[in-house]
Design a protein around this ligand. Structure first.
Ligand code: AMP
Ligand code: MG
Length: 497
């Protein structure tokens, strides 16, 4: 095979620019991706592509696949890898950066909301690769692709994934796997660690340039405030608190909440060893590498807050005082608690706020914990509860081993529902709109990955289509909503990707 010339440009139906390249040169390195042999399409998201006005038909031109495999460069794209630093597992890790991601540039959002950056993940080494090979394996790329789109469909802020391309090129992890490239899309991939980078290098001029750029591009309304940097921290703290509440409400666990994986826009970013809660255990650790459980389900909100403090530290020279920085951070707990309580009430179908709600919710979580109840199934079935028909509880009750505990709680719950005049059909409708029937269970992803490794991408497409409509019944796909099979218990996900 002749190596494609990645410097020769090709016209795409996308008008590329690269505003990140407008930052001073210290922020990034311009470079070309490293081509992969004979790329092929693995998955494509019509929904994500529509956000930039691209359709699947564009793939009829093989140049499109080449560009999104890193084998050719689109006109107007000035590819670059960005530098950042971060705290990993609570410890300052120093310089990191896009070690295997290359930002191609940005294109117009189809809805006129601004620009959207396109980034290739797994497209080869960069000056920030440290010891890594700059590649991503098919397995982790499919996981990122599926989960980005699943989260978007759940209404949770996230980076998107346009497509995955694969290549038979071999990549060594714990075993030999094959390479893939994910095209990610987001208004920005700037991280908390992007700010920490300049703070810890004592380069406050660059810190200011970054903050001013982020304010101007994404938070222009904050520029009117007396201290825009404090306002920025307040807003990022708010968004992060909301994001944590949303993760908890659907049982999403990120797995690697290092500050370099925290989006300044409050998006879910950098999908690695994530997982959705199945048998409920608040101490569950989805990342096999995280032995201390720093990023367990129960810890996520606190770590989200910790990460905001790390960002606050980095912004301190711009904000000007510790007091003003603390004031910006102070809102986290109250904002999180309120959002979390709102989401929990919605999950239980409670339309009003009443004294005792917290106790009712806590009592339910104690039952879920003690009985390791499947999180998604329980809440979905809870929506089918009928006020005056205890017999109809069976499918729900069957999920709980301690039936007397369930019956006692269900009695209190019915009383609470009656107290607000709740009606079964309306409540079921409202609960089905917030309690997903379908989430990306690890074993479902695993099945799609195993088929894809054999070049059968139909299961991936099917799963993707199901997860696009997580709240819809889709009776024809019932088996995707059921308890995981026994073999799924042995699945482990690590940082290796
Ligand atoms: P992560 O924990 O996946 O967010 O990665 C942490 C850092 O390691 C980031 O700077 C990544 O770009 C880098 N990294 C991870 N895997 C690789 C790889 N295979 N090659 C180069 N850099 C990598
Ligand atoms: Mg990362």
């Amino acid at each position: 095979m002749t190596t494609p010339d990645t410097t020769a440009t090709v016209d795409l139906p996308l008008a590329f620019d690269n505003r990140f390249a407008g930052l001073p040169p210290a922020f990034y390195t311009h470079l070309q991706s490293t081509p992969v042999p004979a790329p092929y399409l693995v998955g494509f998201s019509d929904d994500a592509a529509a956000t930039i006005g691209l359709s699947r038909a564009a793939l009829d031109d093989p140049a499109v696949l080449d560009v999104f495999s890193g084998n050719r460069t689109a006109t107007g794209s000035r590819p670059l890898a960005a530098v950042y630093s971060g705290h990993q597992f609570g410890v300052w890790a120093g310089q990191l950066g896009d070690g295997r991601a290359i930002t191609l540039g940005d294109v117009a959002a189809a809805d006129g909301s601004g620009r959207i950056e396109l980034q290739l993940k797994g497209s080869g080494k960069t000056p920030y690769s440290r010891g890594g090979d700059g590649r991503a394996v098919l397995r982790s790329s499919i996981r990122e692709f599926l989960c980005s789109e699943a989260m978007a469909a759940l209404g949770i802020p996230t980076t998107r994934a346009l497509m995955v391309t694969g290549s038979d090129m071999r990549v060594l992890r714990e075993s030999v796997e094959t390479a893939a490239v994910v095209t990610r899309a987001a208004p920005s991939f700037i991280r908390f660690g992007s700010f920490e980078h300049w703070y810890y290098n004592q380069r406050h001029d660059e810190l200011k340039v970054l903050a001013d750029t982020v304010l101007a591009q994404f938070f222009p309304q904050l520029l009117q405030q007396s201290n825009p940097y404090q306002a920025l921290l307040t807003e990022v703290t708010r968004r992060t608190a909301h994001l944590m509440a949303q993760w908890q409400a659907v049982g999403f666990m990120h797995g690697v909440m290092n500050t370099d994986n925290m989006s300044i826009l409050g998006l879910t970013l950098d999908y690695g060893p994530f997982g959705f809660m199945e048998a409920f255990d608040s101490r569950h650790i989805c990342n096999h590498t995280d032995q201390q459980g720093r990023y367990s389900y129960a810890m996520q909100p606190r770590i989200g807050q910790w990460n905001c403090f790390a960002l606050g530290q980095a912004l301190l020279p711009l904000i000007g005082s510790v007091e003003a920085t603390e004031a910006a951070l102070a809102g986290f707990e109250a904002i999180y608690d309120q959002r979390h309580a709102e989401l929990m009430r919605a999950k239980l179908g409670l339309a009003t706020v009443q004294a005792g709600d917290d106790a009712l919710i806590d009592a339910l979580f104690a039952i879920l914990q003690a009985n390791h109840v499947d999180f998604t199934l329980f809440f979905r079935r809870l929506g089918q509860l009928q006020l005056n028909n205890i017999g109809a509880d069976a499918p729900l009750r069957d999920l709980v081993i301690d039936r007397p505990a369930f019956d006692a709680w269900a009695g209190q719950y019915r009383q609470r529902l009656r107290a607000e005049g709740s009606q079964d059909p309306a409540r079921a409708l409202a609960m089905n709109a917030v309690n997903p029937k379908y989430v990306l269970r690890n074993y479902l992803a695993q099945t799609a990955i195993e088929r894809a490794a054999e070049k059968d991408f139909s299961e991936l497409a099917r799963l993707q289509a199901i997860l696009r409509r997580p709240f819809d019944e889709q009776p024809e796909h019932q088996r995707y909503a059921e308890l995981p099979p026994d073999w799924a218990a042995g699945l482990e996900v690590s940082c290796s990707s």
